[in-house]
Structures are given as C-alpha cells and as structure tokens.
Design a protein around this ligand. Sequence first.
Ligand code: ADP
Ligand code: ZN
Ligand code: ZN
Length: 755
Amino acid sequence: MSAGSRIYQVAVPTPLYRAFDYLAYVLLEPGARVRVPFGRREMIGVVLGEVAQSELPASRLKAITQPLDACAVLPPPILSLLRWAADYYHHPIGEVIHTALPVRLRQGRVPVVSRVKMWALTSEGRAVDPQMLKRAPAQRHVLESLATTAEGLDVEQLAQVSQRSAAALKALHAKGWVNSYQRDPRPVMNRDLQPAPELNPDQKVSVTAIVAKLDGFHPFLLHGVTGSGKTEVYLNVIEQVLAQGKQALVLVPEISLTPQLVGRFERRFRVPIAVLHSRLNEQERLSAWLRGSEGAPIVLGTRSAVFTPLKNPGVIVVDEEHDASYKQQDGFRYSARDVAVMRAAREKIAIILGSATPSLESLKNARQGAYLLIELPERTGSAVMPQVRLLDMRRLKPSEGLSLPLREALAARLERGEQSILFLNRRGFSPVWMCFDCGWAASCKRCDARLTLHQTISPGAKLDAHSAPARGAPWMARIKKQKLFCHHCGAEQEVARRCPSCQGENLHPLGEGTERVEGALQKFFPRARIERIDRDSTNRKGALEEKLRRVHDGEADILVGTQMLSKGHDFPNVTLVGILNADQGLYGTDFRSSERLFQLIMQVSGRAGRADKPGEVLIQTWHPDHPLFGALQRHDFHGFAEFALNERRETSYPPYSHLALLRAESPTPDAALKFLHEARTLALHLSPGKDVQVLAPTPAPMERRAGRYRAQLLVQSNQRASLHEFLGHWVAQLAEAKFAKKTRWSLDVDPVDMY
Ligand code: ADP
Ligand code: ZN
Ligand code: ZN
C-alpha cells in the first residue's frame, strides 16, 4: 500500500455475505457509488465506510476503478437502515443495497432529476370555448384543466382529469390547441384545492393524539372500519407535519395507488408530491426518488418506496398495513411495513399503521402497549355498516354458482337502479376440466396443480360443436376459444376433447371462475350491464381505469371480480356485495388462511353502502357455523381477533412465536429435501438452544412448480433474539458449506406466505 491511499469497505451486489475492501486515494463518503473490479468483471458497489486495516495483505487489495458520486446517494440514515435490514433478514448486504437503489443508480447513471414532458394550451387553445366540446367530454375536461394553469400539466396529472386523456390530448393536438414542452420536475398541480371536511369527534381525537407525539418515535395503530375516514386522519396529520417544514412518507399497497388517491393528496396540498409506483419508467422512478432526498414535502409510493431518502422526515404512514403485498416475495425478502417501523424508530419520528383489519402482529403490539391503538369505530356521515347475511349452501342449490336468494337480491338492485358487486377469488372460467366418467382432470405438466379453463367470448362467433361446456346455455353460441392455463407457471394447453385416461368424451368444466359467473349473469339478467374485473380483463393498459369509470358513471349494474375489487375504490351506488366462494381459505394449509379470509371479506364488504344508501352483504357458505362468519356478521373485528389470537397462542404461531423458513428447490425430487436434511444436521450441531426449534424438512404444499421441486424447513422460536443469534451462525455456515453449493436456497425471515 502506497502512502496516501485509503481502504474502503464496499458492498457489491453478489450473493456473498460480506463486503469487500478496496483501495483509493480520494476521500469517499459512505453511501457513494464506486466502480470496482470484481473477479473478471467490473461492478457498481456502494462505499460502506473507511477502515484502518484490511484482513487481506495490502498487496492483494485492488483499487477502486472510478468513484461515481461526489456526494452519497444513500445518506447515513438509509445506509444504516439497510445494514440493519441485511442483518435482520440475513441477506447479503450487497444485494440489500442493490434492491434499495433505483435501477438507474444500480447501472451507474448520474443521479439527475429528469425533465418532464408538459402539455399546455396554445393561444388558439386559450381562445376556445369549452362548450364547443360538449360532445367530447374527455377533451373538454382536459381543456378546462389546462386553462387553470400557465405552465401546463404532465401526463400523470392529466390522467386524473380524464381516463381518456391520452386520446383527448391527441385530438386537441391535431386541432392545434395544445402543445408539449419539456420542463424541470413535476410542478405543483394548480387544481382547485378542496377544503378539508370538518372532522368528526373520533377523527379529531385521533389527529390530536398523533400530532401531540410527532416529535419522537411513536408508533400508532389506527384501526378504523372501512369508510371511517382514516385517510382524512392521515391528511390532517400530514398538514401539521408540512407546517413544521418536514416531509411525509406515505406507503400504500400497489393496487391502491391510483390516480384518484394521488388526486386526493393534490387537491388538499399545493406542494410537490413525489409518486413512486411500478408503472413509472426507470428515469421517472429515479427522479421521484431524488426529489424525496431533495425535500419533496410528500413522498407517496408502494413497497420499495420505504427506502427513499428523505431530507427532513416528519412522519411515516403505512396504509392497509395488513396487506401481504408489503412483503417482498423473492430475493431480499423484506417487509416494507416492518422496515418502516424500524426506520421511524431510527429517525425518531411518528409512524401511523392504518387498517380496517389490522394484522394480528400489529394488534398484539398494540395490546401490549408497544403501539398506541386508535380506533375509528364508525363510518363517516350517515353511512352505516352493511347488513351481513349468511346463505347456507348445504340447503340452497346454486345454479352456476349463484344461489336463489343471491339472484333475487341482484334482481332487486337492478329493479331499483342500484349496483352490485360479486366477489369470487378465482379467475378464468372454471378451475377444473374433468372427465365425468373416470375422474381424470387436466393438470399442469410442470406443476402439482390443476389447469384452469379460460374462454374468450366473442359476440359474433359461430357455434362450434365441440366448444360447449355448459350445454344448452344461450350464450354458448358466442364462445370463441377455450384454453387451459396453469395459474402457477403460466403454461398453456389445448383443451382435451377426449379423456386421455378412459378415451371417453364426457368432459366438462367443474366449478366456477369469474368468466363463468359473468356468463351466468348474462343468462339470468340479459339486460344487465356487467363488468368483469380481474387480471385477464384488465391487462390492457387503461382497461381497469375505463371499467372503473363506467362503474362510477353508472354505466354498469353488476361488477364481478377478484380481489382487485377489494381495495380503495369508493362506489357510492353499490348496495349489494355477494361473496361466492367464501369457504376457500377457511381450512387452508397456511396458518394465516382464516386471517386473510376475514380481511378480504371485510374489505370487500366495505364496498357496500358507503354513501347514504344502506348496504347488504350476502355470503354463500357451506360452513355457516364457523366463528369467523359470526364475527363478520357482527362487524366484530376484535371478536375475530380474539378467536384467531387464541388459536395462534395454542399452536405457537406468530405473533406468539417468530419464524424463519429455509426454502430449497431443485430439478430432481430428492435433492431439495436432502439439502434441507443436511442443513438441519448442521443446525443441530450448532446447538441452537432450547427455545429455538428446527423442525423437520417437508415438501412445499405445492411441491412441483414450473418443473422444480420445492421443500422447506421451518425454524421457530418465541424469543426473537435467540432466533436471530442462531440464524446468524447457521446462515454463515450454510453460505460456506460444500453441500449447499449445488442447491438453490433462500432464507425467509418472518415469512408471510408459507407455500
Ligand atoms: P377510509 O380511509 O377509512 O376508508 P376515507 O378517509 O376515505 O376513509 O373516508 C371515506 C369517505 O368519507 C370519503 O369520501 C371522505 O371524503 C369522507 N369523509 C372522511 N371524513 C369525513 C368527515 N369528517 N366529514 C365528511 N366526510 C368525510
Ligand atoms: Zn375419463
Ligand atoms: Zn404449471
């Protein structure tokens, strides 16, 4: 080592559980990116810090090829949060840091905020009377919004003005009334500010309680029934935070981050808002991220936004904190909710976890006093909770999945011009394509799973003699094509017309998916306007927005869909919610099945009767005596929680224990299990202590997926500290063990899905 050179620890994105030492002559800040030689390649790493000495002799240390940042892209609080996360999730620090950085920064690009394409009125456009566009409402809305601002609006902002803004812009541009230009970051939307509603007493108490404790780490659990005004509480707290010159970080599940939600923030605060979601391109994402670090007053984003640097953090909000999408399911498997709590603790700020159905983990924290529990037990204004009725399917014979009382309830809504939602957590036409002679069912060649029958219906198509799953149905003539799909690996297969097992031709679909229910509804209610909302019907860009607009504008009578319907949407004219396959999940293999089911039904039911018309929820079930349904009928979250917590206590599952799941997969059936057996032997050699149980390896509930065999091993402890101490030693040894080199494995700390 020559005089004047320094040694830096650098995190490099590799699966190795350590950082690497490099030499440099310049002074580098921790959190700055550097280009370094790694093996035969060059990689982009992040400086963790300077060290006085390396374990390696100086002659073997390589030099940093190129420093990329004069100032750290990861400021000290985020860097230290990431080091904590690497420790806690027992994941390689290089990969953790890599995950937290926007892709552009991972690639070594310069951290600059990009210019934004803006649309503004031309002078001809300013002279136009919007009334001229009476027949083109989208164009009129766009024109009117642009007329309120001199600098114009960006595409995202215009998307909030009209679902058809893209087409409208094109048309207006063709007329020479609008023009685009590039400008620096997203401006403040100059819309009419909407005055905040007068808070009700419960909301006032909540806001006061939170605002009194903004000056330190205070975690709040805001439990408010659907439509109780939780968002309004967040907005009021954020107003105070902004008044103190500080920033708010708001996390929401992917599915709830809609233009409507962003609009609600923009109509309340005339301040820059940095929005981070998965539909952004990489440059936009980088810009939003940098604007957070430059001090944008509000940063609103999904899971990975939890790592956005903030210049002056004031509060963190995690909306729908129970939502499973906060957990990353591959690579660095962190929980954004839990990281957010840790971040608030380190930044010494308040955090609000909000939900109508809090997770049992958070609820237990609240009951033990670690979180402050705040309740909003009632809906705002005159809205009341919907009435919940159970339909006992042991006695009611359904036709195409719909019982008579449910059909009658739908008919009554149609009569009154009200809207209904049918919820069914299964897309496709039917989950099973089966031989009724011998019981054969079509299954995936690469997974241990049945194939789902999908069919496209086209109004004009000719009847094909072989494509009639429901013989005699009047809509049969419109079936266009049928196909079998695997929902686990995406494989496609043609529909077998002859049974491969008995050669018979008595093949039929068994059970209902959303497509089949949609067809049945068309049959029962030929004049009803039906919208199906699921992944298949909304994969085209803008399709979901268009469907939601039709629902809002009263152009739809019945919505049938999957959990895409459950969140965030406010449909004032919906007075009936029907839950079709409620029992799925009652006796699921995952210990969280019933908690999930309760949350889901509660959320979907929350769509009914949100305005002044009372709502009704009908649940079709073969287990009407299950305590979960009793609690749902009484809107008794705490009753359910009591029942579920007792069950968890008796079975020593979270929140009464802490879990880590070691997963392995291999192309042959035995290798994954064999690896786990060896990993277990290694674990037992480490004598984990009597409060840590290392259970026997088992095949995953769905063992074969996409051609790979999966197995898992559960480690359980009621002491978090002992668990993590053990995991630290174990993972370090696994990372070095010879037998572990051939198998793909990963550790999932606090697993959310036990598949
Ligand atoms: P949540 O987030 O709990 O579902 P929201 O904050 O979205 O509830 O409130 C539900 C509806 O009630 C929204 O339309 C909101 O504008 C309205 N609202 C909320 N608080 C009040 C209030 N104090 N007075 C009148 N309307 C309110
Ligand atoms: Zn057969
Ligand atoms: Zn498959």
